[in-house]
Design a protein around this ligand. Structure first.
Ligand code: SF4
Length: 363
């Protein structure tokens, strides 16, 4: 058995699951911050195996989902402009914008939209199209931002003058701080995002234990990872402890990835940012530093945030704040399905509505 197979070994998983069943006292209401954890919990069938008193809520950890309606409106305005090629990751092309149209619809109307696999691909596109302006849609968390920052460093070093970035990046710790300040959320613990933590490590999450007195565990995406994080949380609670622990040591160092953080910090500075369902959170976004202003699509192209136009009937905002499970949205699996999504949480593979649809409907 390889080291990786061990993390889904049935016997090991059963022993941890048994310990959770025997040690859990009362109910446990936890939030898995990361959309990939939401999918992993469903895919592995853990929802049906955990004690009935365990309730999991999805958090704001799907980058496409938390992109604010105004931000979607801004890039939709941009698509179709003469001389502009919008470069984006694939998830975003189906996210409904104002009036329910998405980038895919804009492409059908003649907008030039390129799906890329990395920001470096977008930079290559700019080099190949010197007569156009290539705008890369900077959507994502701390996981994505270092690669965008490295691309901007490369663009500046090479003097590529027709490359721009629309920076809608979001930072996870300020959003968690804002969410945990909501007394209605009533959480017992947090399962922390593995991918983001590979970059920022454990330190930026300390406030969860120090200020909010909640246990939190950074963990991976295999069944045993998730079960171990829940057992740790149960034990912390039983012992009256509240700590942020790193249970994903095969990928996450407590201090994160200092090189990636340094690249990110050299290009971006924290800025206020809009989150779908949450609104403005101070210091939760990333703006380009003065040395990179020439690459800032908003400034270079004179873009302004349009007025937010919420999608009628869509409850993504409540889902992202842990206030509502997707199956309680009136449109879930009726007007809104992965084939015909109404909101972004049904579009992205990391979206909780899509996960509920794909896996819960199969149970
Ligand atoms: Fe929005 Fe669809 Fe999810 Fe409802 S089911 S919250 S409409 S994405």
């Amino acid at each position: 058995m390889s080291i990786f197979d061990q993390f889904s070994d049935p016997e090991l998983c059963k022993s941890v699951l048994d310990a959770i069943h025997s040690e859990l006292e009362g109910e446990l209401r936890f939030m898995e911050v990361c959309g990939t954890h939401t999918v992993a919990i469903f895919r592995s069938g853990l929802r049906s195996l955990l004690p009935p008193g365990v309730m999991h809520l999805s958090g704001p950890g799907c980058p496409v989902c938390v992109t604010h309606e105004s931000e979607v409106g801004m890039y939709m305005d941009l698509a179709g402009r003469d001389g502009v090629i919008v470069a984006t990751f694939g998830d975003l092309v189906r996210v409904p914008g104002p009036g329910g149209t998405c980038l895919k619809d804009a492409m059908a109307q003649g907008a030039r939209v390129a799906v890329v696999y990395s920001p470096m691909d977008a930079l290559a596109l700019a080099r190949e199209n010197p007569g156009d302006t290539v705008v890369f849609l900077g959507i994502g968390f701390e996981t994505t931002a270092p690669a965008v920052a490295a691309t901007l460093q490369a663009a500046r070093a090479a003097g590529v003058g027709n490359f721009r970035v629309l920076s809608f990046h979001k930072l996870v710790p300020p959003a968690l701080h804002a969410l945990l300040g909501d007394p209605e959320l009533n959480l017992d613990a947090l399962v922390m995002p593995g991918h983001v933590s590979t970059i920022i490590g454990l330190e930026p999450y300390r406030f969860i234990a120090d200020e909010f007195r909640l246990p939190a565990a950074i963990t991976g995406f295999d069944p045993l990872d998730i079960l171990q994080s829940l057992l740790d949380i149960v034990r912390q609670r039983n012992e009256g402890r509240a700590e942020v622990v790193n249970l994903y040591r095969r990928a996450v160092q407590d201090l994160g990835n200092p090189k990636a953080v340094a690249v990110m910090d050299s290009v971006f500075a924290p800025a206020d940012a809009l989150w779908r369902g949450i609104g403005m959170i101070p210091g939760s976004g990333l703006a380009l530093r003065p040395g990179y202003e020439a690459f800032d699509a908003q400034k270079a192209l004179g873009l302004t945030l349009p007025e937010a136009k919420p999608i009628p009937g869509c409850r993504c905002g409540d889902v992202l704040r842990g206030k509502l499970t997707p199956d309680r949205c009136p449109l879930f699996a009726k007007a809104c399905t992965p084939a015909k999504p109404v909101g972004p949480c049904m579009v992205s593979t990391e979206g909780s509505c899509a996960a509920y649809f794909k896996y819960q409907m199969e149970i």
